[in-house]
Design a protein around this ligand. Structure first.
Ligand SMILES: Cc1cc2nc3c(=O)[nH]c(=O)nc-3n(C[C@H](O)[C@H](O)[C@H](O)COP(=O)(O)OP(=O)(O)OC[C@H]3O[C@@H](n4cnc5c(N)ncnc54)[C@H](O)[C@@H]3O)c2cc1C
Length: 448
């Protein structure tokens, strides 16, 4: 069953008569399993006795995207294309602006179904399409466990506010999604998505090359998840913060590109037992992640310094002229050769792999605040570096994670230089808590 709260009609246009198929415009949820939008499109196709066409519009000017992101996405799409064909749907990928591609592909469609993303550009594509399309457009929300507006009707200022709201809906939304068989199957085809050729043909930023450490696609995600549950979940609550070890699930790049569903991850982890590690993981995956979706949905300034709470901006500005012992520009930081070996290691980890350890991400962002000429410049630099180098960048979690370093979703702490009452972190704290030589070695070994 697909909960009605996931479904919204984005326009009031009629179904097209004498249509040849139902069109699913796949955009955020780039997967053939655990995808409510896909299952909804299949049900519509079955009701209308039509086949299903799935279209993907590949734009080469997605904000802040580089070869690293495109390569990872295409690895995933290649697998998704073949899984969709196994399920009897036709898959078409065309380069171009999404609205234009979808309007072209929809000319013979009874209706268009799409999924939902968490960022402004994704929302604006859907608004534009709803206006221009001459048939019905239905959006199905599938990349969160609890639909954003159902969970809470306004911005939640902290996780403590959102947690009880989300928790009371889990019985309703944390439920399996049964696949529906497509009645009108497309003829079998041997078509293969030539992802390398597509990648080379794109006019994209090639300064950030593909990651040789993280492979895209659902199979890779599933394998990581299975390994995580088998070997790391039992220590997750205690060890997840320790950068010298690697107890995280590494799901974030796959979640970002919709290659795996948060619902599937949550139910798989939940099914492995009922203990503090499972609860701790579900807190991150559901409450923290969906707090980020709440943030980007309700706060139109989510990608700017203006998104910070008043107390944080006031205290940062009060300390804006405090002397800075070290000052680095974005270009300096990308050299990863500051005076701080832990920060440099974190920056290198991100540049090499496309991901950074969660705890180091917090430290890394805090230090940029300490070493920039102004808090506004620091905010901008942190977000730009995160989104440029991370495979999971440009995600609701990116905007919330960076803003957290500057006080978002947090509370005031003791006042000090530069930070004011925004929470401070330092290298001595890292050394006190963790084996930081172990972290330096772990990152140095990535080069080998
Ligand atoms: C400065 C900064 C920048 C960040 N940028 C990003 C980003 O670009 N993309 C991104 O996905 N996350 C970002 N985060 C949040 C967090 O660091 C990552 O989600 C996490 O490290 C991803 O690794 P994992 O999948 O192995 O996590 P796991 O620990 O295995 O957690 C599982 C899932 O829970 C969610 N999760 C875990 N920690 C957090 C958190 N603190 N906030 C929200 N959700 C969380 C993620 O979806 C994650 O995939 C950022 C945090 C900070 C402080």
């Amino acid at each position: 069953m697909i909960q009605p709260e996931r479904i919204s009609e984005l326009n009031q246009k009629p179904l097209r008569e004498n249509a040849r198929y139902v069109l699913y415009w796949m955009q955020q949820a780039q997967r053939a399993e655990w995808n409510h939008a896909l299952e909804f499109a299949i049900m519509q196709a079955n009701d209308l006795a039509l086949p299903l066409q799935v279209s993907f519009a590949l734009t080469d000017n997605y904000p802040e995207a580089s070869e690293r992101h495109y390569a990872f996405m295409l690895e995933g799409l290649s697998e998704t294309a073949s899984r969709l064909r196994d399920r009897g749907a036709t898959f078409l990928l065309e380069t171009g602006q999404p609205t234009e591609v979808v309007i072209r592909h929809a000319r013979q469609a009874a209706l268009v179904v799409t999924d939902r993303g968490g960022t402004r550009v994704q929302a604006s594509w859907r608004v534009g399409l709803a206006k221009k399309l001459d048939c019905r457009l239905v959006q199905v929300e599938t990349d969160v466990v609890v639909p954003v507006e159902t969970a809470y009707p306004k911005e939640a200022y902290t996780a403590a506010v959102l947690r009880p709201k989300i928790t009371r809906f889990l019985g309703q939304f944390l439920t399996p999604l049964k696949p529906t068989a497509l009645h009108c199957m497309a003829p079998e085809s041997s078509f293969v998505l030539e992802t390398e050729h597509i990648l080379q043909s794109l006019n994209i930023d090639r300064a950030v090359s593909r990651s040789h450490h993280i492979l895209g696609g659902r199979s890779a995600a599933k394998q990581l998840l299975d390994n995580f549950i088998a070997t790391n979940l039992s220590c997750y609550a205690e060890q997840r913060n320790d950068p010298s070890t690697d107890f995280a699930s590494h799901m974030s790049p796959y979640l970002h590109f919709g290659q795996i569903s948060p619902l599937e991850i949550a139910l798989t982890v939940k099914g492995s037992g009922d203990n503090p590690n499972v609860s701790s993981y579900l807190e991150e995956l559901i409450v923290r992640r969906e707090l980020s979706w709440n943030f980007t949905h309700y706060n139109s300034n989510y990608d700017t310094y203006e998104s910070l709470p008043n107390w944080a901006r006031a205290t940062l500005e009060k300390h804006a002229n405090d002397p800075r012992e070290f000052l680095y520009s974005q270009a300096d930081l990308e050299e990863a050769s500051t005076h701080d070996p832990y920060w440099n290691a974190a920056q290198r980890e991100m540049m090499l792999t496309g991901k950074m350890h969660n705890y180091m991400r917090m430290y890394w962002g805090k230090k940029i605040l300490e070493w920039s000429a102004s808090p506004q410049e620091a905010f901008h630099t942190t977000l730009a570096l995160n989104n440029k180098w991370c495979l999971d960048g440009r995600d609701p979690n990116s905007f919330a994670g960076v803003a957290w370093c500057y006080g978002k979703h947090d509370r005031p702490w003791g006042e000090r230089e530069i930070f004011g009452s925004v929470r401070y972190m330092n290298a001595a704290g890292l050394r006190r808590k963790f084996d930081m030589d172990g972290y330096l070695k772990r990152v140095a070994d990535l080069n080998r």
